[in-house]
Write a protein that binds this ligand. Structure first.
Ligand code: SF4
Length: 360
Protein backbone atom coordinates (compact mmCIF):
# COMPACT_ATOMS: atom_id res chain seq x y z
CA UNK A 1 0.00 0.00 0.00
CA UNK A 2 1.28 3.43 -0.93
CA UNK A 3 1.29 6.18 1.71
CA UNK A 4 -0.30 9.47 0.72
CA UNK A 5 3.14 11.02 0.22
CA UNK A 6 4.14 8.14 -2.07
CA UNK A 7 0.90 8.45 -4.01
CA UNK A 8 1.48 12.17 -4.39
CA UNK A 9 5.01 11.57 -5.69
CA UNK A 10 3.85 9.13 -8.39
CA UNK A 11 1.00 11.39 -9.42
CA UNK A 12 3.12 14.51 -9.57
CA UNK A 13 5.87 12.77 -11.49
CA UNK A 14 3.43 11.50 -14.13
CA UNK A 15 1.83 14.94 -14.32
CA UNK A 16 5.19 16.55 -14.90
CA UNK A 17 5.91 13.94 -17.56
CA UNK A 18 2.67 14.61 -19.40
CA UNK A 19 2.80 18.37 -19.32
CA UNK A 20 6.45 19.38 -19.25
CA UNK A 21 8.73 16.52 -20.28
CA UNK A 22 9.96 17.25 -23.78
CA UNK A 23 13.19 15.22 -23.65
CA UNK A 24 13.74 13.50 -26.98
CA UNK A 25 15.86 10.42 -27.60
CA UNK A 26 15.69 8.07 -30.60
CA UNK A 27 14.92 4.99 -28.47
CA UNK A 28 12.18 6.66 -26.42
CA UNK A 29 8.81 4.95 -26.69
CA UNK A 30 10.04 2.06 -28.84
CA UNK A 31 8.94 -1.47 -27.99
CA UNK A 32 11.65 -3.48 -29.72
CA UNK A 33 13.57 -5.23 -26.89
CA UNK A 34 16.72 -5.44 -29.06
CA UNK A 35 16.88 -1.67 -29.53
CA UNK A 36 16.01 -1.00 -25.88
CA UNK A 37 18.75 -3.41 -24.80
CA UNK A 38 21.25 -1.76 -27.15
CA UNK A 39 20.41 1.75 -25.91
CA UNK A 40 20.64 0.71 -22.26
CA UNK A 41 23.98 -1.04 -22.72
CA UNK A 42 25.39 1.96 -24.60
CA UNK A 43 24.16 4.34 -21.89
CA UNK A 44 25.55 2.29 -18.98
CA UNK A 45 28.74 4.33 -18.90
CA UNK A 46 28.17 6.89 -21.61
CA UNK A 47 26.42 10.26 -21.74
CA UNK A 48 23.21 10.42 -23.80
CA UNK A 49 24.62 12.98 -26.29
CA UNK A 50 27.52 10.68 -27.15
CA UNK A 51 25.42 7.51 -26.94
CA UNK A 52 22.85 8.65 -29.53
CA UNK A 53 25.45 8.65 -32.29
CA UNK A 54 26.50 5.06 -31.45
CA UNK A 55 22.91 3.89 -31.10
CA UNK A 56 22.13 5.15 -34.62
CA UNK A 57 25.29 3.57 -36.08
CA UNK A 58 24.52 0.20 -34.45
CA UNK A 59 20.83 0.05 -35.29
CA UNK A 60 21.52 1.05 -38.91
CA UNK A 61 24.22 -1.57 -39.37
CA UNK A 62 22.70 -4.35 -37.24
CA UNK A 63 18.94 -4.07 -37.48
CA UNK A 64 18.14 -7.02 -35.22
CA UNK A 65 19.67 -9.55 -32.83
CA UNK A 66 20.53 -12.00 -35.60
CA UNK A 67 22.39 -9.47 -37.73
CA UNK A 68 24.42 -8.42 -34.66
CA UNK A 69 25.06 -12.05 -33.73
CA UNK A 70 26.28 -12.84 -37.26
CA UNK A 71 28.68 -9.89 -37.40
CA UNK A 72 32.42 -10.37 -37.09
CA UNK A 73 33.91 -9.46 -33.68
CA UNK A 74 36.42 -7.17 -35.38
CA UNK A 75 33.68 -5.11 -37.08
CA UNK A 76 31.57 -4.74 -33.95
CA UNK A 77 34.55 -3.67 -31.85
CA UNK A 78 35.45 -1.14 -34.52
CA UNK A 79 31.94 0.32 -34.39
CA UNK A 80 32.13 0.43 -30.58
CA UNK A 81 35.46 2.25 -30.72
CA UNK A 82 35.51 5.38 -28.55
CA UNK A 83 32.74 4.22 -26.20
CA UNK A 84 35.10 2.52 -23.74
CA UNK A 85 34.28 -0.22 -21.23
CA UNK A 86 34.61 -2.87 -23.93
CA UNK A 87 33.29 -5.62 -21.72
CA UNK A 88 29.87 -4.24 -22.61
CA UNK A 89 30.53 -4.91 -26.28
CA UNK A 90 31.88 -8.39 -25.55
CA UNK A 91 28.76 -9.27 -23.54
CA UNK A 92 26.51 -7.75 -26.19
CA UNK A 93 27.96 -10.12 -28.80
CA UNK A 94 27.86 -13.11 -26.45
CA UNK A 95 24.19 -12.54 -25.59
CA UNK A 96 23.16 -11.82 -29.20
CA UNK A 97 24.73 -15.14 -30.26
CA UNK A 98 23.13 -17.02 -27.39
CA UNK A 99 19.70 -15.62 -28.31
CA UNK A 100 20.30 -16.47 -31.98
CA UNK A 101 21.34 -20.04 -31.19
CA UNK A 102 18.90 -20.84 -28.39
CA UNK A 103 15.90 -18.57 -28.83
CA UNK A 104 15.57 -17.93 -32.60
CA UNK A 105 17.03 -14.44 -32.14
CA UNK A 106 14.25 -13.32 -29.82
CA UNK A 107 14.36 -11.80 -26.35
CA UNK A 108 12.67 -13.70 -23.52
CA UNK A 109 9.50 -11.93 -22.38
CA UNK A 110 9.98 -12.71 -18.71
CA UNK A 111 11.99 -10.47 -16.33
CA UNK A 112 13.85 -13.33 -14.61
CA UNK A 113 14.90 -14.88 -17.91
CA UNK A 114 16.08 -11.50 -19.19
CA UNK A 115 18.12 -11.09 -16.01
CA UNK A 116 19.90 -14.40 -16.68
CA UNK A 117 21.48 -13.02 -19.85
CA UNK A 118 25.12 -12.07 -19.73
CA UNK A 119 25.78 -8.34 -19.31
CA UNK A 120 22.22 -7.61 -18.20
CA UNK A 121 21.86 -6.52 -14.58
CA UNK A 122 18.75 -5.61 -12.61
CA UNK A 123 18.58 -2.12 -14.05
CA UNK A 124 18.76 -3.17 -17.70
CA UNK A 125 16.44 -6.12 -17.10
CA UNK A 126 13.84 -3.79 -15.54
CA UNK A 127 14.22 -1.34 -18.43
CA UNK A 128 13.73 -4.06 -21.09
CA UNK A 129 10.90 -5.75 -19.18
CA UNK A 130 8.98 -2.51 -18.63
CA UNK A 131 9.66 -0.68 -21.93
CA UNK A 132 9.25 -3.67 -24.25
CA UNK A 133 6.71 -5.79 -22.39
CA UNK A 134 5.10 -3.33 -19.97
CA UNK A 135 6.02 -5.52 -16.98
CA UNK A 136 5.91 -3.87 -13.52
CA UNK A 137 9.60 -3.60 -12.62
CA UNK A 138 11.02 -0.29 -11.43
CA UNK A 139 14.34 0.86 -12.89
CA UNK A 140 16.79 1.82 -10.17
CA UNK A 141 19.88 3.72 -11.21
CA UNK A 142 21.76 6.80 -10.00
CA UNK A 143 18.89 9.04 -11.11
CA UNK A 144 16.35 7.11 -9.07
CA UNK A 145 18.53 6.92 -5.95
CA UNK A 146 19.11 10.66 -6.13
CA UNK A 147 15.47 11.66 -6.65
CA UNK A 148 14.14 9.37 -3.92
CA UNK A 149 16.87 10.31 -1.41
CA UNK A 150 16.07 13.99 -1.93
CA UNK A 151 12.29 13.88 -2.18
CA UNK A 152 11.83 11.52 0.79
CA UNK A 153 14.82 12.90 2.74
CA UNK A 154 16.53 9.50 3.04
CA UNK A 155 19.98 9.59 4.62
CA UNK A 156 20.78 5.87 4.35
CA UNK A 157 23.93 5.54 2.20
CA UNK A 158 22.92 4.35 -1.27
CA UNK A 159 25.97 2.07 -1.55
CA UNK A 160 25.17 0.14 1.65
CA UNK A 161 23.22 -3.13 1.65
CA UNK A 162 20.60 -1.52 3.85
CA UNK A 163 20.32 1.42 1.44
CA UNK A 164 19.98 -0.81 -1.60
CA UNK A 165 17.14 -2.71 0.05
CA UNK A 166 15.38 0.43 1.25
CA UNK A 167 15.57 2.23 -2.09
CA UNK A 168 14.59 -0.85 -4.10
CA UNK A 169 11.56 -1.41 -1.91
CA UNK A 170 10.49 2.22 -2.17
CA UNK A 171 11.13 2.44 -5.94
CA UNK A 172 8.89 -0.58 -6.55
CA UNK A 173 6.18 0.86 -4.32
CA UNK A 174 6.21 4.12 -6.25
CA UNK A 175 6.05 2.48 -9.67
CA UNK A 176 2.73 2.94 -11.42
CA UNK A 177 1.97 -0.72 -12.10
CA UNK A 178 -0.53 0.13 -14.82
CA UNK A 179 2.00 2.23 -16.75
CA UNK A 180 5.46 0.93 -15.83
CA UNK A 181 7.04 1.99 -19.13
CA UNK A 182 5.76 5.56 -18.88
CA UNK A 183 6.65 5.83 -15.19
CA UNK A 184 10.19 4.45 -15.63
CA UNK A 185 10.92 6.75 -18.54
CA UNK A 186 9.49 9.69 -16.60
CA UNK A 187 11.68 9.18 -13.52
CA UNK A 188 14.79 8.80 -15.68
CA UNK A 189 13.99 11.96 -17.63
CA UNK A 190 13.15 13.85 -14.44
CA UNK A 191 16.55 12.93 -12.97
CA UNK A 192 18.36 13.94 -16.13
CA UNK A 193 16.62 17.27 -16.68
CA UNK A 194 15.25 18.57 -13.33
CA UNK A 195 16.57 16.75 -10.26
CA UNK A 196 20.09 16.76 -11.71
CA UNK A 197 23.17 15.64 -9.75
CA UNK A 198 24.62 19.15 -9.54
CA UNK A 199 22.48 22.25 -9.43
CA UNK A 200 19.01 20.67 -9.46
CA UNK A 201 16.30 23.01 -10.77
CA UNK A 202 14.48 23.14 -7.44
CA UNK A 203 12.88 26.55 -7.87
CA UNK A 204 11.02 25.45 -10.98
CA UNK A 205 10.39 21.89 -9.80
CA UNK A 206 6.77 20.73 -9.80
CA UNK A 207 7.52 18.37 -6.89
CA UNK A 208 9.15 20.90 -4.57
CA UNK A 209 6.11 21.42 -2.34
CA UNK A 210 6.57 18.01 -0.68
CA UNK A 211 10.28 17.53 -1.29
CA UNK A 212 12.16 17.15 2.03
CA UNK A 213 15.51 18.12 0.54
CA UNK A 214 14.02 21.32 -0.87
CA UNK A 215 12.24 22.21 2.36
CA UNK A 216 15.35 21.58 4.45
CA UNK A 217 17.77 22.96 1.84
CA UNK A 218 19.64 19.66 1.57
CA UNK A 219 19.39 18.95 -2.16
CA UNK A 220 23.12 19.23 -2.70
CA UNK A 221 23.90 16.92 0.25
CA UNK A 222 21.77 14.00 -0.92
CA UNK A 223 22.09 11.16 -1.75
CA UNK A 224 24.71 9.97 0.74
CA UNK A 225 27.45 7.56 -0.27
CA UNK A 226 29.74 5.65 2.11
CA UNK A 227 32.68 4.88 -0.03
CA UNK A 228 34.85 7.07 -2.09
CA UNK A 229 36.41 5.31 -5.03
CA UNK A 230 40.15 4.96 -4.63
CA UNK A 231 41.72 5.12 -8.06
CA UNK A 232 44.69 3.06 -9.07
CA UNK A 233 47.32 4.90 -11.11
CA UNK A 234 48.88 3.13 -14.09
CA UNK A 235 51.65 4.34 -16.37
CA UNK A 236 51.38 2.92 -19.89
CA UNK A 237 54.46 3.60 -22.00
CA UNK A 238 53.89 2.72 -25.64
CA UNK A 239 56.80 2.09 -27.94
CA UNK A 240 55.60 2.72 -31.47
CA UNK A 241 58.02 0.62 -33.47
CA UNK A 242 58.09 1.69 -37.12
CA UNK A 243 59.83 -0.22 -39.85
CA UNK A 244 59.45 1.43 -43.27
CA UNK A 245 55.67 1.68 -43.56
CA UNK A 246 54.84 -0.96 -40.99
CA UNK A 247 54.00 -0.56 -37.31
CA UNK A 248 53.96 -3.28 -34.67
CA UNK A 249 50.66 -3.73 -32.82
CA UNK A 250 49.06 -6.49 -30.77
CA UNK A 251 45.62 -7.38 -29.46
CA UNK A 252 45.02 -7.08 -25.71
CA UNK A 253 43.83 -10.50 -24.69
CA UNK A 254 44.35 -10.23 -20.91
CA UNK A 255 41.39 -9.84 -18.54
CA UNK A 256 42.00 -6.17 -18.08
CA UNK A 257 40.88 -2.84 -19.48
CA UNK A 258 40.61 -2.66 -23.26
CA UNK A 259 40.26 -6.40 -23.78
CA UNK A 260 40.14 -7.25 -27.52
CA UNK A 261 41.41 -3.84 -28.53
CA UNK A 262 44.85 -3.25 -30.00
CA UNK A 263 47.90 -1.42 -28.75
CA UNK A 264 51.55 -0.75 -29.57
CA UNK A 265 54.41 -2.43 -27.73
CA UNK A 266 53.67 -1.75 -24.09
CA UNK A 267 55.99 -1.14 -21.16
CA UNK A 268 53.85 -0.66 -18.07
CA UNK A 269 55.43 0.88 -14.99
CA UNK A 270 54.31 1.57 -11.44
CA UNK A 271 55.48 5.16 -11.56
CA UNK A 272 56.33 7.76 -14.12
CA UNK A 273 59.46 7.07 -16.13
CA UNK A 274 61.42 10.04 -17.45
CA UNK A 275 62.29 8.66 -20.85
CA UNK A 276 65.75 9.46 -22.23
CA UNK A 277 68.20 7.90 -24.67
CA UNK A 278 69.67 5.68 -21.98
CA UNK A 279 66.56 4.02 -20.65
CA UNK A 280 65.03 3.77 -24.13
CA UNK A 281 68.17 2.01 -25.29
CA UNK A 282 67.95 -0.38 -22.35
CA UNK A 283 64.38 -1.20 -23.25
CA UNK A 284 65.17 -1.75 -26.92
CA UNK A 285 68.16 -3.94 -26.06
CA UNK A 286 65.73 -6.35 -24.45
CA UNK A 287 64.01 -6.67 -27.81
CA UNK A 288 67.36 -7.04 -29.52
CA UNK A 289 66.84 -3.82 -31.45
CA UNK A 290 70.19 -2.23 -32.12
CA UNK A 291 69.81 0.09 -35.12
CA UNK A 292 67.18 2.65 -34.41
CA UNK A 293 66.35 6.34 -34.26
CA UNK A 294 64.23 7.95 -31.59
CA UNK A 295 61.74 10.00 -33.56
CA UNK A 296 59.65 11.45 -30.79
CA UNK A 297 58.84 11.17 -27.09
CA UNK A 298 55.33 12.49 -26.55
CA UNK A 299 53.98 14.41 -23.61
CA UNK A 300 51.95 12.47 -21.06
CA UNK A 301 48.26 11.94 -21.91
CA UNK A 302 45.74 11.22 -19.16
CA UNK A 303 42.50 9.26 -19.10
CA UNK A 304 40.21 8.75 -16.13
CA UNK A 305 38.32 5.48 -15.81
CA UNK A 306 35.99 4.70 -12.92
CA UNK A 307 38.66 2.88 -10.89
CA UNK A 308 41.82 3.80 -12.69
CA UNK A 309 43.80 6.85 -13.61
CA UNK A 310 45.84 6.22 -16.75
CA UNK A 311 49.02 8.06 -17.69
CA UNK A 312 49.96 7.29 -21.26
CA UNK A 313 53.09 8.18 -23.19
CA UNK A 314 54.17 7.34 -26.75
CA UNK A 315 57.75 6.83 -27.85
CA UNK A 316 58.19 6.63 -31.62
CA UNK A 317 61.12 4.57 -32.76
CA UNK A 318 62.28 4.02 -36.33
CA UNK A 319 64.00 0.72 -36.82
CA UNK A 320 65.89 -0.57 -39.85
CA UNK A 321 65.02 -4.25 -39.47
CA UNK A 322 62.18 -6.11 -37.83
CA UNK A 323 63.48 -7.90 -34.74
CA UNK A 324 62.90 -11.63 -34.39
CA UNK A 325 61.90 -11.09 -30.75
CA UNK A 326 58.53 -9.66 -31.87
CA UNK A 327 55.89 -11.79 -33.55
CA UNK A 328 56.15 -11.26 -37.28
CA UNK A 329 52.44 -11.35 -38.04
CA UNK A 330 51.76 -8.41 -35.73
CA UNK A 331 53.23 -5.90 -38.17
CA UNK A 332 50.62 -3.83 -39.98
CA UNK A 333 50.89 -1.25 -42.70
CA UNK A 334 50.35 2.26 -41.32
CA UNK A 335 47.58 2.99 -43.80
CA UNK A 336 45.60 0.08 -42.35
CA UNK A 337 45.70 1.37 -38.77
CA UNK A 338 42.27 2.97 -39.23
CA UNK A 339 40.71 -0.47 -39.78
CA UNK A 340 41.80 -1.72 -36.36
CA UNK A 341 40.01 -1.03 -33.05
CA UNK A 342 42.18 0.86 -30.57
CA UNK A 343 41.37 2.36 -27.16
CA UNK A 344 40.24 5.98 -27.44
CA UNK A 345 43.45 7.48 -26.09
CA UNK A 346 45.62 5.60 -28.64
CA UNK A 347 43.21 6.38 -31.44
CA UNK A 348 43.35 10.08 -30.69
CA UNK A 349 47.12 9.96 -30.80
CA UNK A 350 47.12 8.14 -34.15
CA UNK A 351 44.54 10.46 -35.68
CA UNK A 352 46.38 13.60 -34.70
CA UNK A 353 48.20 14.70 -37.85
CA UNK A 354 51.09 16.07 -35.77
CA UNK A 355 51.82 12.56 -34.61
CA UNK A 356 51.64 11.08 -38.07
CA UNK A 357 53.43 7.78 -37.84
CA UNK A 358 55.90 7.84 -40.64
CA UNK A 359 59.33 6.39 -41.10
CA UNK A 360 60.58 9.28 -43.26
FE1 SF4 B 1 14.79 17.35 -6.81
FE2 SF4 B 1 14.79 19.90 -6.06
FE3 SF4 B 1 12.61 18.83 -7.15
FE4 SF4 B 1 13.33 18.14 -4.73
S1 SF4 B 1 12.69 20.15 -5.38
S2 SF4 B 1 12.69 16.76 -6.37
S3 SF4 B 1 15.57 18.18 -4.91
S4 SF4 B 1 14.60 19.15 -8.14
Amino acid sequence: MQTSKEKYFTKQLLNWNKKFNDRKMPWKGIKDPYKIWLSEVILQQTKVEQGIHYYIKFTEKYTNIISLANAKDKEVYKLWEGLGYYNRCKNLLFTARKLRDENAGKFPTNYHEILQLKGIGVYTAAAIASFAFNLPYAVIDGNVYRILARYFGIHTPIDSNEGKKEFTHLANKLLDKRKPAVYNQAIMDFGATVCKPNLPLCNNCKLKKNCIAFISNEANLLPIKNKRIVKKHRWLNYFILINNHDVWIKERTEKDIWQNLHEFYLVESEKKIKWNELNINKQLQQLNIKNYTIKNISKEFKQQLTHQSLHVQFIQILISTKPTTLKRDYWISQNKLSTVAFPKIINEFIKNKDNYLTSS
